[in-house]
Design a protein around this ligand. Structure first.
Ligand SMILES: [Zn+2]
Length: 456
């Protein structure tokens, strides 16, 4: 029976329940070890700790160097006739400030109200530990894993993974696999598990306009000195059509058409748009009017003005013609847009209208998407259901935000599926980060079911 858990898997589930408190202790040990990549605190020590965790879980483990903190790599080869799953996670954590907003110290984990509280408990130590503990339990119950596994735990994700792409390129042979699997972030607010197939990319730029070499009196020089704020406003205006679509030639190049499968997946996602709007004190969604809520959020690119600064913004009057104006723009890109191509199109657009405005590229990350009808999607969804009392997960075509998933889909050319384990109120990146104990054990069971599903 395809959708039903095998006797082995049921044994694994009950072994996970038996060991739940020992597994929690192991998570507490990991949380106790600070690993703040952006501040260089404890990261190398945490990598060492994870080598032991991997070995105890039946993997042969070693550190693989990058140009920054090392990747903790583990693998177990079962047979050439079995599929190979590449698991990604990150062992670094966010800084903890403001410290006085924590109910208990961030690196002294405690269990309270059915949750483990501490920095890194859910982002991401508890989530990748769940995969390792699933392997350990499966080995204990069945004597061998049903598939080949490789695990990479990155130490710089919270510093925006500056060396991950180069690492993946350099180690493509070592990382050879059939599918990439990541658990990070929260499940749906409704409590339903999700299977996520992609992320939007991003292109971040700054537009800089200059006027006179100094701010000048807007009366004494008004009418004879040009204002760079107007120059920028005109440029910004030209970037968007009245219907809300982006007016940069070539911007939409590569955008994957939304097919019937995607439409059906978007339609199946629950949302109360009125309640959403009320929550933000809004009365309507932005244009274009004919785009659905999740289409906007997942499968359409955006062009956003993140910031605009020029002249005087303080109280009362200051009558000047400012000497500079700056706008910061972020574009959320969807598969298969290319950030470099979009940047060139934007530069072209601005040069044709305001040649003196400088376009500065601040950062970029490519989008990523695994097709909804990929054979692995159904298997993973079935496995997730098995670990959730038969309740099928929501299928999410793409997250609105950006993660470096493209290193797997574009550089390695692999399908990549994300199955978040954390509770929706995990407070990742914030004080009082936590991981519901029940979600932790579900995560362990989910990964056990995933391994078994892929063996079919
Ligand atoms: Zn994070």
């Amino acid at each position: 029976m395809e959708g039903r858990a095998s006797p082995t898997l049921l044994d694994v589930f009950s072994a996970v329940d038996t060991r739940a408190s020992a597994f929690l202790d192991e998570l507490m040990d990991l949380v106790r070890q600070p690993s703040i990549s952006s501040q260089g605190i404890g990261v190398a020590e945490c990598a060492q700790l994870l080598l032991g965790t991997m070995s105890r879980s039946g993997l042969s483990a070693r550190l693989l160097p990058t140009h920054g903190y090392p990747v903790v790599f583990g693998e177990r080869h079962v047979g050439n006739d079995r599929p190979t799953l590449l698991v990604y996670g990150h062992y670094d954590v966010q800084p903890v400030d403001p410290l006085d907003a924590w109910d208990s110290p961030p690196f002294e984990p405690v269990i309270r109200d059915g949750r483990i509280w501490g920095r890194g408990s859910s982002d991401n130590k508890g989530q990748h530990l769940a995969q390792l503990l699933a392997m350990r339990t499966y080995l204990y119950v069945a004597g061998e894993l049903p598939i080949n596994v490789k695990v990479i735990l990155e130490g710089e994700e919270e510093s925006s993974s500056p060396h991950l792409a180069a690492f993946v390129e350099a180690n493509a042979e070592t990382l050879r696999a059939d599918l990439v699997y990541t658990s990070d972030g929260p499940i749906h607010e409704s409590g339903r598990a999700t299977v996520v197939l992609g992320v939007r990319g991003i292109l971040y730029v700054e537009l800089r306009a200059r006027g006179a070499n100094t701010d000048v009196h807007s009366g004494n020089r008004g009418g004879v000195v040009p204002n760079p704020a107007w120059t920028l406003v005109d440029v910004l205006h030209s970037l968007r059509r009245p219907d809300g679509t982006v007016a940069i030639d070539g911007f939409y190049d590569g955008v994957r058409p939304i097919g019937p499968l995607e439409r059906a997946a978007l339609d199946a996602l629950p949302v109360d748009v009125d309640e959403f709007l009320r929550g933000y004190g809004l009365s309507r969604l932005p244009p274009p009017d004919d785009w659905g809520f999740f289409e906007r959020l997942m499968l359409q690119p955006t062009l956003n003005v993140s910031g605009f600064s020029s002249g005087y913004g303080g109280p009362g009057m200051k009558t000047i013609i400012p000497s500079t104006a700056t706008a910061k723009l972020d574009m959320r890109l969807v598969a298969d847009q290319d950030p470099e191509h979009v940047f060139r199109c934007l530069v072209e657009h601005v040069r044709a209208r305001a040649p003196d405005v400088e376009v500065v590229r601040i950062g970029a990350m490519e989008p990523s998407r695994t097709p909804l009808d990929h054979a692995y999607v159904k298997l993973i969804a079935e496995a997730v259901a098995q670990a959730h009392d038969g309740q099928p997960p929501l299928i999410v075509p793409a997250l609105g935000g950006s993660l470096p998933d493209y290193v797997f889909t574009r550089i390695l050319g692999l399908p990549s599926i994300l199955v978040p384990y954390a509770n929706a109120d995990q407070r990742n990146h914030a004080p009082n980060e936590n991981f519901a104990v029940e979600r932790f054990t579900r995560g362990i069971k989910t990964f056990a079911a995933v391994m078994e599903a892929l063996a079919r």
